[in-house]
Design a protein around this ligand. Structure first.
Ligand SMILES: Cc1cc2nc3c(=O)[nH]c(=O)nc-3n(C[C@H](O)[C@H](O)[C@H](O)COP(=O)(O)O)c2cc1C
Length: 196
């Protein structure tokens, strides 16, 4: 069992972690990625099947191609939704050729879920959250870039990313050293119903 001090640390990591959308060029060592994945696979899985695989992408040119492919599809999806000031700003960013959905992070890790396991999306999401927390504990920033799953519509890029047919992309996660840390978005007070 963890000591009191270790318990204290996990609460501060959970509280402080936030999505990072601006990275330095500093490479993330393979050992850090290994540690992050090692933390990921400690997550519980519904049937104990651990239905995941990981792809580590450091190829910035490939990441750029994935981003360029996803951006217009994403813009189209957003245009179909009700307008908010935030989405207007995001639409403008998507039109900027320099904007990458991966925010110039040096590494992308795809958490892939086995298609034949019914619980694999939930299992892989738990794995992914462990990975985001582990990254923060190592001094790394991260962001779950859900929009990158749109790449599943492109067989050529999917093959380049080495995603096997029997797996789907559940969590595209970027990691890197933060260049800019913005304040964490405030959380609303949770609605809690206590049933005596
Ligand atoms: C399933 C999922 C998909 C997400 N997709 C994106 C994304 O495509 N781009 C992005 O910048 N952030 C993405 N995020 C990050 C959220 O915007 C972020 O977690 C949320 O605003 C709360 O901020 P925090 O992570 O800093 O606490 C995603 C998060 C989740 C859980």
């Amino acid at each position: 069992m963890a000591t009191d001090a270790e318990h204290h640390q996990i609460f501060s990591v959970i509280r402080e972690r936030r999505s990072v959308r601006n990275y330095t060029d500093r490479e993330v060592p393979d050992e850090s990625i290994q540690k992050i994945i090692a933390a990921g696979i400690q997550a519980p899985t519904a049937l104990g099947l651990q239905p995941w695989q990981f792809v580590v992408v450091r190829d910035r040119d490939l990441m750029r191609q994935v981003s360029d492919y996803c951006k217009p599809i994403l813009a189209e999806k957003i245009r179909e939704e009700p307008r908010h000031p935030e989405t207007e700003a995001f639409l403008a960013a998507l039109r900027d050729p320099a904007y990458s959905i991966f925010y110039n992070a040096p590494v992308l890790v795809l958490v892939l879920g086995a298609r034949e396991v019914v619980s694999s999306v939930i299992d892989c999401a738990l794995c992914a959250e462990n990975m985001l927390l582990a990254a923060w504990a190592l001094g790394l920033g991260s962001c779950w870039v859900g929009s990158a799953t749109l790449v599943e519509q492109n067989p050529r890029l999917l093959a380049a990313l080495r995603v096997p047919d029997d797996h789907q992309i559940v969590a595209p996660l970027i990691f890197g050293y933060p260049a800019l840390l913005l304040p964490k978005p405030e959380r609303r007070e949770p609605l809690i119903t206590w049933v005596p």
